[in-house]
Design a protein around this ligand. Structure first.
Ligand code: MRU
Length: 354
């Protein structure tokens, strides 16, 4: 579907990723040669987004096998690279299970990591197939006028491999000729909306407008948003979702204005071992300098630069994610269909978790 993927292998059987910290200003490819490279890429957000974190960790295990690293240590180090997105643990568990009885660790890890990548592409495509009718329905209700969709963070192809989760229904709607416009939250502090979502929507020629994070409520009050779609890093058995910090506030505003609030997710983001997202999902806290400084292309030097936006001595708090309770989620869009954000709905689509 897309002109590029977010992770790929090279002729000499190493792994390459895009350094997403530099987008949209610079296209820099990073080669991952050791599992420590994969660990650092996840930790430092060279790659980010739940499915891509999982895929990178899977290839990290392949690299560990290839370099003859201590596999227990590699699993443990990768496990500790980021805490919230459950895809990381899902991918590592899948790799561990596959390698348990493997006679050729390197070849088995290579093949399994590739399968994880291919599965994600198909999963995201199917999220689009199931999400598309929701957009079509709104378009019909509006007699073909533009459907305005608000999103937060980047849950597009850059957070996955191809298609993306929230962008898959959007790309498929555009392909069908439905008029769509996306309001993109800038998503402070790491600006995944401004830097990444705007970048990929531009490349796919999707009409969009960047907004500051605080603008969504106003737009909703004035009938300028038809639906919200966000991604998730972990979805619990009762349908609570953890996503980028600020998602909860958008869900509240959507609820108050009777605007549907959808969450698009691959089932790799389900954590059916926990129920209460508020109590049980570990929320990442990142370095305060991500809040104190803004990173962007300098008007003066034309180079990427960091700018301090508060007094030198001011301390900042930096929770990376928040939890949106299931009661604020209109429905979950998965690769198997659309369901209510509750245990019943999830079990209907995923009976294997009964
Ligand atoms: O900190 P990030 O950039 O990894 O956070 C990403 C998100 O919150 C995404 O919305 C989520 O991972 C879904 S990606 C399809």
């Amino acid at each position: 579907m897309s002109a590029f993927r977010t992770i790929w292998t090279t002729e000499d059987k190493y792994v390459e990723v895009i350094d997403q910290r530099k987008l949209p200003h610079e296209w820099v490819v990073e080669k991952l040669i050791t599992y420590k490279d994969a660990e650092r890429a996840i930790k430092d957000m060279v790659v980010r987004g739940a499915p891509l974190i999982g895929a990178t960790a899977a290839y990290g295990i392949y690299l560990a096998a290839r370099e003859g690293a201590n596999m227990e240590e590699a699993f443990e180090d990768l496990r500790l690279s980021r805490p919230t997105a459950v895809n990381l643990f899902w991918a590592l568990d899948r790799m561990k299970a596959k390698l348990a009885n493997a006679s050729d660790l390197v070849q088995t890890a290579w093949e399994e990591a590739a399968r994880i990548v291919e599965d994600d592409v198909e999963t995201c495509r199917m999220i689009g197939v199931h999400g598309l009718p929701l957009i079509e329905e709104l378009s019909r209700k509006k007699n073909g006028e533009t459907v305005h969709i608000l999103t937060h963070c980047n849950a597009g192809m850059l957070g996955c491999i191809e298609w993306g989760t929230i962008t898959s229904p959007i790309y498929q709607a555009i392909q069908k000729g439905i008029k769509v416009h996306v309001w993109v939250d800038e998503t402070r502090p790491r600006l995944q909306g401004a830097n990444l979502t705007c970048y990929e929507l531009t490349r796919h020629e999707v009409p969009h407008t960047l907004i500051v994070d605080n603008q969504g409520g106003h737009l909703m009050q004035h009938g300028m948003v038809d639906m919200c779609i966000v991604g998730t890093d972990r979805t619990t058995r009762q349908g609570d979702v953890a996503n980028k910090i600020g998602t909860y506030l958008k869900a509240l505003a959507a609820h108050d204005n009777h605007i549907p609030f959808y969450v698009a997710l691959p089932s790799t983001t389900l954590d059916m071992t926990i129920r209460d997202g508020l109590k049980e999902i570990p929320i990442e806290q990142r370095n305060q300098n991500e809040v104190r400084y803004v990173v962007g292309k300098s008007k003066i030097s034309g180079q990427l630069d960091e700018v301090l936006i508060c007094p030198e001595t001011t301390q900042a708090s930096n929770y990376g994610f928040d939890v949106t309770p299931a009661r604020l989620v209109t429905a979950l869009i998965t690769e198997r269909g659309v369901c209510s954000a509750n245990e019943e709905g999830l079990l209907e689509l995923f009976p294997e978790y009964k």
